[in-house]
Ligand binder design. Structure first.
Ligand code: 9MG
Length: 259
């Protein structure tokens, strides 16, 4: 899964039309590099990020989804927690909902239960504005697994078919370095829930903290994390550096005997 952030810090400089064009060009590039999905997001969920209005999120993501849909048959994922954005993104052609808040926002569960597409439920402790202020768990692997089990149950009760659900432990979302490393090491535990596992560690601070390197020098560390995740059962890996990760995952899968 290739990351396509459509936030002002990503594609803003030449105005709205140019921003859409450059985002679409980047989306087509990640597909060309081997991504099966493009994850289009209009809300920054980085630690400390400010929330965005629904109208602004729609203005950012819908034209990009529509344009990508016209130009590629690759799968389009929308990274959002907002019910209206989920619904309009689906009508614009989105094939997957990626929700870092696991359908906990108003109306999200109802909207998703009425749509036929898959949904990724991610674990996050707290909210992006404050989630890195001293996150605490009794046992991070069990606590996150319990949360995901509970969200799966709530989704199923609301009418979301289990076969549509993807789960994600949420690396970097309300977790210290030790929490993140422990989740990566024990990722197989999440496979036991019987659903595809998605992970996103690309360029995140867990890589920066281990390597003591700034974001622009985290490609190799991110690829290493992707390989470990694939070996420990991840089915979808959300990354910025698609070309490098695709090669590394091809090698990993060859060793694992899967194609
Ligand atoms: C939007 N986004 C940023 N990081 C992510 C991660 O780790 N997983 C998922 N599902 N989405 C993410």
């Amino acid at each position: 899964m290739g990351v396509l952030n459509v936030t002002p810090d990503s594609f803003s400089d030449g105005g709205r039309h140019l921003a859409v064009q450059s985002a679409v060009t980047r989306g087509l590039e990640v597909i060309e590099q081997g991504a099966s999905f493009v994850d289009v997001g209009g809300e920054s969920t980085r630690p400390g990020a400010a929330p965005v209005t629904t109208e602004e999120e729609l203005r950012r993501v819908i034209p990009v989804i529509e344009a990508l849909k016209r130009q590629t048959s690759a799968l389009i994922s929308v990274d959002t927690s907002t019910a209206r954005v989920m619904s309009e993104a689906y009508q614009a052609g989105a094939d997957l909902i990626n929700d870092v808040r696991a359908l906990r926002c108003d109306g999200a569960l109802e909207v998703c239960s009425a749509m036929p597409i898959p949904v990724c439920l991610m674990h996050m402790q707290g909210e992006p504005g404050s989630m890195q202020n001293d996150p605490i768990y009794e046992d991070v692997v069990s606590d996150v697994a319990l949360f995901l089990e509970e969200r799966i149950r709530i989704c199923e009760e609301a009418g979301v078919d289990r076969r549509r659900i993807i789960i994600d432990p949420g690396f970097g979302f309300g977790k210290t370095l030790m929490h993140n490393l422990s989740l990566l090491k024990n990722l197989e535990k999440f496979k036991q829930l019987g659903l595809p596992v998605l992970v996103g560690m690309s360029r995140k601070s867990m890589v920066g903290q281990v390597l003591k390197k700034p974001v622009e020098n985290r490609v190799i560390g991110s690829v290493a994390a992707a390989v470990i995740a694939a070996m420990n059962g991840a089915s979808i890996i959300r990354v910025h550096d698609v070309k490098q990760t695709v090669d590394a995952i091809k090698m990993t899968r060859a060793v694992m005997g899967v194609n």
